[in-house]
Ligand binder design. Structure first.
Ligand SMILES: [Fe+2]
Ligand SMILES: [Fe+2]
Length: 207
């Protein structure tokens, strides 16, 4: 690995944790007018977006850990493309949190470190398992975003637009991981991932 690449990855990690991501694509909320929400609706939407933002911080770390260990050039390219889209998600959700008057999770460095370790561990097992872990992550995120669309205030069209666009991207990420030859994870691993994400989402809703 070249020094340039290492510095690039480190820079990306810092930006993910600090919540200053650059988006390549404009936010899906851009052309949608703000609706007036009650204070508790705003706080609830901001907290849900904080959870999503943590998810995207973890996605950065996972993809980074995996792009570093992926052996196959095709897999690495697909991982890098998805990682750029995850960076859009990171920027969009951070922006929406600010608009709603909330703040990102204080525990972001911790979430990042945990996800990076998991991504790197999956990477060590080889591309098939790397991709399997990714595909399952994307599937769980997709489910999770569907839940948020039900929980978000109906009138909050800006937040909903962001969540819907993210969900569509995650579905494509999963499909591309499967196309690249992802294995199917054993059930207990899927359950453990679900349990870890439950802890993350519960804590991140508050902190
Ligand atoms: Fe994402
Ligand atoms: Fe994704």
């Amino acid at each position: 690995m070249t020094l340039d690449r290492l510095i690039g990855e480190f820079d990306r990690a810092l930006r993910a944790v600090a919540g200053v991501a650059h988006s390549g694509r404009p936010s899906p909320a851009e052309k949608i007018g703000e609706t007036s929400l009650r204070e508790e609706e705003k706080a609830h939407a901001a907290a849900l977006m904080r959870v999503n933002h943590v998810g995207e911080v973890c996605a950065q770390a996972l993809y980074q850990g995996q792009a570093l260990t992926a052996r196959d050039a095709g897999a690495r390219q697909a991982l890098e493309k998805a990682a750029r889209e995850e960076e859009d998600h990171l920027a969009w959700s951070a922006e929406r949190i600010r608009e709603l008057g909330g703040r990102p999770s204080l525990l972001n460095p911790l979430w990042y470190a945990g996800a990076f370790a998991m991504g790197a561990a999956a990477g060590v097992l080889g591309d098939r398992w790397n991709l399997a872990f990714l595909a399952e992550t994307e599937r769980q995120v997709e489910e999770h975003l569907t839940g948020h669309l039900e929980a978000l205030p109906q009138d909050d069209r800006r937040t909903r637009a962001v969540v819907e666009a993210m969900r569509a991207d995650e579905a494509r990420h999963r499909a591309s991981a499967l196309e690249l030859g992802a294995a199917e994870l054993p059930e207990p691993v899927k359950r453990a991932m679900r349990a870890a994400s439950k802890v993350m989402t519960t804590v991140a809703y508050r902190v």
